[in-house]
Design a protein around this ligand. Structure first.
Ligand SMILES: CC(C)(COP(=O)(O)OP(=O)(O)OC[C@H]1O[C@@H](n2cnc3c(N)ncnc32)[C@H](O)[C@@H]1OP(=O)(O)O)[C@@H](O)C(=O)NCCC(=O)NCCS
Length: 183
């Protein structure tokens, strides 16, 4: 995931109390035959997406609501969610078309109980397709050097490591820059 600068909230005032993520989320193991739809992710899903992100990124790097507010409303954003037949968000991906026309995958996450069902792969394919439609030919993303599952995912999709990003993350962890050409 990318480290993004802080965004000023359009809807939180200084005096608002901090918002705590829900203590308990519904995490019953879903059946293996369950089917999922991939749909656009919009500002209407801000709350649900933020809560899911808190469950995906337990390393202190989860995005704030303000950051999601920006990411889900920016015209350069291309975002998708994976949804269960019951309408619950199981995963999400957010990409930005950067000014230099590269596609930047800022974050992708799948709820722990829905992992290894190809949801991240489907979400990545969808965001790449949306990038193609906007004439993007190169996609970049950042990933922690210690995040082996995510690196395996990206490698399986054709991303290659371009460079190391020393101390990229706020806790001092190193990152890797990965790139993929869209043909
Ligand atoms: C990384 C993450 C998004 C993968 O989601 P997912 O839906 O489970 O991934 P998929 O089922 O689409 O996996 C596709 C391929 O990626 C690789 N992969 C995914 N998870 C893996 C794991 N835990 N170990 C090894 N390889 C893994 C495999 O090659 C897999 O194919 P396979 O299942 O046929 O072997 C998910 O683990 C997650 O949300 N992690 C926390 C948030 C995070 O780290 N996001 C990435 C930030 S850079």
């Amino acid at each position: 995931m990318a480290v993004l600068k802080k965004f000023r909230s359009r809807w939180l005032s200084q005096s608002d109390p901090p918002i705590e993520p829900e203590k308990k989320a519904k995490t019953a193991t879903p059946s293996w035959g369950m089917s999922y739809d991939i749909r656009p992710l919009t500002i209407s899903q801000l709350e649900e997406c933020w809560r899911l992100d808190q469950r995906c990124f337990i390393d202190g790097e989860a995005y704030s609501k303000e950051t999601f507010d920006y990411l889900l409303t920016a015209p350069e954003s291309v975002s998708f969610r994976a949804v269960t037949s019951g309408g619950v968000m199981a995963g999400f991906v957010i990409g930005l078309v950067e000014p230099d026309r590269t596609g930047h995958v800022t974050t992708v996450g799948v709820a722990p109980e829905h992992r290894r069902r190809n949801l991240a792969k489907r979400l990545m394919n969808e965001v790449e397709e949306a990038f193609r439609k906007r004439n993007v030919r190169l996609v970049r993303l950042e990933v922690r050097t210690l995040n082996t599952p995510a690196q395996k995912l990206y490698e399986s999709l054709g991303y290659t490591i371009s460079q190391t990003l020393p101390k990229y993350y706020s806790n001092g962890g190193d990152g890797l820059l990965m790139l993929k050409s869209l043909d």
